[in-house]
Design a protein around this ligand. Structure first.
Ligand SMILES: C[S@@+](CC[C@H](N)C(=O)[O-])C[C@H]1O[C@@H](n2cnc3c(N)ncnc32)[C@H](O)[C@@H]1O
Length: 463
């Protein structure tokens, strides 16, 4: 029977392929403009809206490929017998996405290889289709663990971890310096390769509604924090700015400072004398909490921030915002009872959140960051009243930004003492036998936040 050629079938959109193509576009854009994945990806998803399921697939492809790029590049180099630098950008990124599908997502080889070749054609790199086809097939011939075994031959233990967990070796070394044993390092590197759960925090003075409670899950460390699925804006507390999306580690360190301020460790005349100051406050996650806790103690609160843009974001959290350099804070020395110094840092504690950060950070940046952190610490101590408390926080587990700064400050400032911050953390939390706190994604399920609480000795004790 003759076919009716006039009756056109509706065109079928292959959403899997379109998602892969969008992910490739995002990766190319990030590479060409040295863009940040957490900015480029959402902006492309706004430009090309997809169903939630497909948007999640694009996110997995982009974040997963970026996270494990170091490993995938070694696989590609081996399969192609060619250095990465000798492969054009488009076929290279197609191969990276394909390696992620084959080795991590367990996509059936025919589907991953077929879409790799179609991506070459769609992106006008037709001449590379034979190459991409052959290399994709070669990648698919071994499992992830076999590739790791093969590529690890002749490597020392640190080099192996760097390859297997796709972290630059200097980061592995920094982790080992702080953690002290390989098993813990492996646990933490593995945790950096997994998406964190979205956590919502209810701000002090507010409560999660019954509906929000039933649509979210209890978190590990605080009833104020809930694990949220889907778009956080669906929760009225987030929409109304009665709460915000925030890592539990951030919440816990801010809470510890506030609890210490109201305890026997707190300022001698009570937390309400003087003001509470957040010295590096933008974009304001911790300021949203501290401003309210200060209010409960009838203390005034002030948020300082050097960046105008970030100060603008802060005004959604508190109206007590000053754009200022905290090295020259417009505050009378000795007048501040509680200070949060959440210092600018490498962000190496939030690698699971920022998949491209591990490639971007350089070890030589640590010295400049530590120098700035120490200057800010000194400036903070100047502002503290006798008996006042300083919470020094970084989102980093690196010695230069944490314990080494702690020791340096205590050496410099003989009128400071280190408080036992563990008293102000959840009771069931596994913490090292130190007064300061280091959280870890693998161990605690939080970002790797660091907290040291210092107290300026009460006036009578200063000799
Ligand atoms: C780690 S972030 C703070 C995050 C913030 N506490 C929160 O919870 O949302 C560090 C902030 O310090 C700001 N900053 C850097 N140098 C500063 C300075 N000298 N004075 C004031 N703010 C500074 C940065 O612009 C950045 O917003």
């Amino acid at each position: 029977m003759a076919r009716n050629l006039n009756k056109r079938r509706p065109e079928r959109i292959d959403s899997g392929f379109e998602s892969r193509n969008l992910a490739l576009g995002v990766l190319l854009k990030i590479e060409a403009h040295d863009g940040y994945a957490n900015l480029v990806l959402p902006s492309e998803l706004r430009r090309f809206p997809l169903e939630a399921r497909n948007a999640a697939f694009v996110t997995e492809l982009v974040y997963g490929t970026l996270r494990k790029r170091l490993f995938y590049d070694k696989v590609i180099e081996s399969a192609a017998s060619r250095k990465i630098g000798k492969i054009d950008r488009t076929p290279l990124n197609i191969l990276r996405i394909t390696a992620h599908q084959l080795l991590t997502l367990q996509t059936p080889p025919h589907a991953a290889v077929d879409s790799a070749v179609r991506l070459v054609v769609r992106n006008k790199s037709g001449s590379a289709s034979g190459f991409v086809n052959a290399i994709s097939r070669r990648i698919s011939e071994k499992s992830e663990s076999t590739w790791i075994d093969n590529l690890s031959e002749g490597l020392n233990e640190l080099e192996k971890l760097s390859l297997e967990y796709a972290h630059p070796q200097w980061i592995v070394e920094k982790y080992l310096e702080r953690l002290g044993d390989m098993e813990s390092v492996k646990r933490e590197l593995a945790a950096n390769n997994v998406n964190p759960r979205t956590t919502g925090v209810i701000y002090p003075g507010h409560q999660w509604s019954r509906q929000s409670l039933s649509n979210s899950q209890e978190s590990h460390w605080s009833s104020s924090c809930r694990y949220l699925e889907g778009n956080p804006e669906q929760f009225e507390e987030i929409r109304n700015a009665h709460g915000g999306v925030q890592d539990q580690g951030s919440f816990l360190v801010a809470q510890a400072l506030s609890l210490a301020a109201s305890s026997e460790d707190g300022p001698e005349d009570g937390p309400k004398v003087g003001i509470w100051v957040d010295l590096c406050a933008g974009p304001g996650g911790k300021a949203a909490l501290l401003s309210r806790w200060a209010g409960h103690s009838s203390a005034n609160f002030l948020a300082l921030e050097i960046s105008e843009h970030r100060a603008g974001l802060l005004t959604r959290m508190t109206d007590q915002v000053v754009i200022a350099d905290s090295l020259k804070a417009p505050i009378r020395p000795g007048s501040t009872s509680v200070i949060l110094l959440d210092a600018p840092c490498s962000g190496l504690g939030a690698l699971r959140r920022r998949p491209d950060a591990r490639h971007r950070k350089k070890p030589e940046e640590l010295a400049d960051l530590a120098d700035l952190q120490r200057k800010l610490m000194k400036a903070a101590v100047e502002l503290l009243s006798a008996g006042g408390i300083l919470g020094y926080v970084t989102c980093s587990p690196v010695g230069e930004e944490t314990t080494m700064n702690r020791d340096w400050l205590l050496e410099q400032e003989k009128n400071l003492e280190l408080l036992d911050a563990r008293k102000y953390m959840p009771k069931n939390m596994e913490l090292a036998e130190n007064f300061d706190i280091q959280l870890w994604p693998g161990l605690h399920g939080t970002d790797a936040m660091y907290l040291a609480l210092f107290r300026k000795k009460p006036s009578a004790a200063i000799g």
